[in-house]
Design a protein around this ligand. Structure first.
Ligand SMILES: [Ca+2]
Ligand SMILES: [Ca+2]
Ligand SMILES: [Ca+2]
Length: 847
């Protein structure tokens, strides 16, 4: 097919190029003070962001292009595969030199496993950059034919667009269409710790993509002045690949192989990207897509290009039944200042309180319509509980009307994980199992309850416990009786939009508790979690019931041989049985809290939760042996983790021994990490009396001062994290903590911090104004990193991580490409926290 395309020399294309280039504008890039190449409409970043190693290739590192405000290319680096997957080898940056005088940035990259160094030098050129790769020593033997210089282009940015390779036209495929080739395993460059993302099903092979086009000059999207990029290679062939052929999250990759037996300059590319003259990014009016309660503060933040002159005013219009627009308010905007790369003004329309539908107008920009109404928060969390959580439920089949979300998965849980194994997804066993089970032995009682932690299919223990605690707190504070799901644990069957007369939140607590009890009964404590045994299982998308064969592994059978409920395929998940006291205390806290929620719903289960929690607490207090496994938390947090368990058991039993431990630990925790301890401290007020409350007050005063300082840090007035995972979780947690403090100390902490937190989640945030709750609000996340991400879809009610801050100054939340997990992957603890927050905000304004 590709040969045929190449033969189709269409002269029209050349004519079109000449026409379209008339809209382009030529100027030289400069390295700015922040250490990246800049011209209006185009930035070239050279390892401003590095591979951090935790989740390997996150598609947020290397040479990157920000083209007319969108990050369209990443991963510019010397790589060892044509289309690197997440778990492939990544280079380390040994050295990075920024030369603002000569407008160049140079990085020294190293692959330690191969003792292989390369230097990548990027120099400003007219309308683009020169990219040169240098070697001091010839390529190591093993890397010949494997090492090349790659640059990856965002597929969704080039969907429904074309390319020219040496003037031969092609259309970027919407769905990967090959070509691919099978190769023997012996040729494969090792992936993370010897794991493999490919399941040969007994064959010793792997699959590699072949180029979809080859030549020396490639133009991507020649027809589009906003995204046209041209790469000319001197001395090496350019190859264009589609990485999605071997991994749905792959990108379009442009690559030159590094020639064998050569030193000095081994790759030379001239990259140019078209820019629109005097391009100015359109203002983004950031507001809540869910709308506003009449009595709340109503404040839109307007994000402006640095070359944009702010207008003086913005307006609020009401939309009538007849479809007329009635101007309700015109007010001056307030200049806020600069945050990251943009300028900000704010528009306050708190004075408008009449119920109705409205939109904001700023210049010629008009927002989506949104309500002002006392009922706006009534049901914003329902889909999170009715749809998103059921889909996350492990060990059960889940349906919704005609649709099967998934079958009952992982009924073969679980085998004891082997010791000292370098795993993935943050799991790692220490030198011993800490259990009575031999590595590989089946552990009964674990194939029940629990939720998939996120867009993957593991049972991650910390988030399981936090989720139970969040659900339990929501029930105890607000008693939401909503019933939209049928849940039968015996038949392992869940039906969405099928009320069974039982409150869904209590049924979810029960589902979480069943897994906790399974762990506590098997080990006398909690474990780190349960994860797939093989990387090729971990990366699987679609129905989780197909990840394993659901039959318990028996070594006497051959692979793929089945006998009754046993099979010879070692595909069962592994129980990572690390003995982590802080984690066990978290499990104890969740069981104790759940026991109060389940009282009157399932008394025997409630009693069992409390009995197990108390037994496990006594065992944990006596257990002075060092923890097994790899510790993730610093010593202080490990110590402080006991506090919520003490609190929950104190509330359940009124037993002094728990109260004593609580009071012994809480004050030093408040001194060392108030943001970690203050919510727990506030929860104890009803049980410890007024003297305790008075002693707590100065800590609350101090916390409130920090809340107020946030207003100076960014225009949104919420904490915006800058870590490797975007910060919606921190925002939701912070808003919930402020709610508890407001309830306990209303004269010190007002409700505005809690409301600001939820406004941020609903659209008043950088980069765009979509609601970060899938399906909630007029415009919301529609492509997210759920387990249906390969379908470019979403699971209603999920809350995504949100805006990722890429160094040095670029805030991003990709809307058309679901696979950037640190922006788009919903996790159970944030979603259950969000359910609490939404109920809390509703409660603030009275029901
Ligand atoms: Ca996980
Ligand atoms: Ca129900
Ligand atoms: Ca199995």
């Amino acid at each position: 097919m590709e040969r045929v395309l190449r033969l189709l020399k269409i002269n029209l294309v050349a004519a079109f190029l000449i026409l379209s280039s008339s809209g382009a504008f030529c100027q030289k890039l400069k390295v700015n003070d922040l250490g990246y190449f800049e011209t209006r409409g185009l930035n070239v970043l050279v390892f401003s962001n590095r591979y951090n190693g935790y989740f390997f290739d996150e598609k947020t590192a290397g040479i990157e292009l920000i083209h007319h405000g969108v990050r369209t290319a990443t991963g510019g680096a010397v790589r060892l595969r044509s289309t690197p997957e997440q778990w492939d080898e990544i280079p380390t940056v040994v050295e990075r030199k920024v030369d603002t005088t000569n407008n160049s940035i140079e990085v020294l990259l190293r692959y330690e496993d191969y003792d292989f160094d390369s230097r990548v030098v990027v120099t400003a050129a007219v309308q683009g950059v020169m990219i040169d790769v240098y070697l001091d020593k010839p390529l190591p033997e093993k890397l010949i034919g494997n090492a090349g210089f790659n640059l990856e282009f965002l597929p969704s940015a080039y969907f429904e667009k074309t390319y020219l390779m040496d003037n031969s036209p092609g259309i970027f495929p919407l769905y990967p269409q090959g070509p691919t080739v099978e190769k023997p395993d012996s040729l494969k460059i090792q992936q993370h710790a010897g794991h493999s993302t490919f399941d040969g099903h007994g064959r010793q092979i792997y699959v590699d993509p072949l180029p979809m086009a080859e030549g020396s000059t490639l133009v991507l999207a020649p027809e589009d002045p906003e995204q046209r990029v041209e790469i000319q290679s001197t001395g090496t062939e350019l190859m264009l690949y589609d990485g999605r052929n071997i991994a749905q999250n792959g990108w379009f990759v442009v690559r030159s192989l590094i020639p064998a037996n050569k030193t000095g300059k081994v790759v030379e590319w001239h990259l140019t990207a078209s820019t629109i003259k005097n391009w100015t990014r359109k203002p983004v009016i950031e507001f809540s897509q869910v709308g506003y309660h009449p009595e709340q503060e109503k404040r839109a933040v307007i994000e402006l290009d640095e070359n944009d002159a702010p207008l003086k005013t913005a307006s609020l219009y009401q939309v009538t039944q007849q479809g007329d627009y009635v101007k309700k308010l015109t007010a001056d905007v307030t200049r806020w200042g600069r945050f990251l790369r943009y300028k900000y003004v704010t528009f306050d329309f708190s004075s408008v309180k009449d119920p109705g539908l409205y939109f904001i107008k700023y210049g010629d920009q008009q927002t989506d319509a949104f309500p002002i109404d006392s009922h706006v928060y009534d049901d914003v969390w329902h889909q999170t509980l009715d749809v998103w959580f059921p889909v996350q439920m492990d060990h059960v089949e889940v349906k919704d009307a005609y649709k099967v979300w998934h079958g009952a998965p992982f009924l073969d849980d679980a085998r004891q994980a082997p010791v000292d194994e370098e795993h993935f997804d943050g799991y790692r066993m220490g030198p011993n199992t800490g259990t009575k089970y031999r590595p590989g032995e089946h552990i009964p009682g674990l194939n029940v309850g629990g939720w998939f932690d996120a867009g993957d299919y593991d049972i991650d223990e910390p988030s399981q416990c936090e989720t139970i605690l969040n659900f339990s707190a929501t029930w105890q504070q607000f008693h939401p009786e909503i019933d939209e799901t049928y849940i039968n644990e015996k038949t392992r069957y869940v039906d969405i939009h099928d009320p069974d007369g039982k409150p869904d939140i209590l049924q979810q607590i029960e589902h979480g508790v069943l897994q906790q009890l399974g762990q506590q009964k098997a080990f006398g404590r909690a474990i780190a979690g349960i994860n797939e045994a093989h990387l090729y299982e971990y990366v699987q998308l679609g129905d989780p019931a197909q990840v394993t064969d659901n039959k318990i592994y028996t070594p006497r059978l051959k692979p793929y041989q089945v006998e009754g409920d046993s099979s010879g395929t070692p595909d069962d998940r592994w129980a990572f049985t690390n003995d982590l006291p802080w984690l066990n205390y978290l499990s104890i806290a969740s069981l104790a809290s759940a026991s109060r929620s389940l009282k009157g719903f399932d008394d025997s289960l409630a009693d069992e939760c409390l009995t197990v929690a108390e037994q496990s607490w006594i065992r944990q207090q006596q257990d002075t042996a060092s923890a097994t496994g790899v510790e993730m938390l610093p010593a202080f947090f490990r110590h402080a983790a006991e506090i919520p368990a003490d609190l929950q058991l104190m509330i359940c039993t009124k037993d002094k021994k728990y109260g004593d431990r609580f009071e012994k630990l809480i004050w030093s925790a408040l001194d060392k990490a108030p943001e970690f301890a203050i919510e727990t401290a506030a929860l104890a007020i009803p049980y410890l009396g007024n003297e305790y409350k008075v002693k707590l007050e100065p800590y609350v005063e101090k916390y409130k001062k920090e809340d107020e300082d946030l207003l100076k840090k960014n225009p949104y007035g919420v904490p915006i994290g800058t870590g490797h995972w975007a910060g919606d979780q921190e925002v939701v947690r912070w808003a919930v903590t402020n709610y508890y403090l407001h309830e306990a100390f209303p004269k010190i902490v007002g409700p505005e911090f809690t409301v600001r937190g939820i406004d941020y989640i609903f659209g008043c945030h950088p980069y765009s104004n979509i609601s970060f709750v899938e399906g909630v609000g007029t415009h919301s996340k529609k492509t997210a990193y759920g387990n249906n991400r390969a379908d470019f879809s979403f699971i209603a009610g999920g809350v995504v991580p949100g805006v990722l801050i890429l160094q040095p100054d670029f805030a991003e939340n990709q809307e058309n490409w679901p696979f950037i997990w640190d922006e788009n992957e919903c996790v159970i603890n944030i979603c259950s926290d969000y359910i609490f927050l939404a109920n809390a905000v509703d409660n603030l304004f009275g029901r």
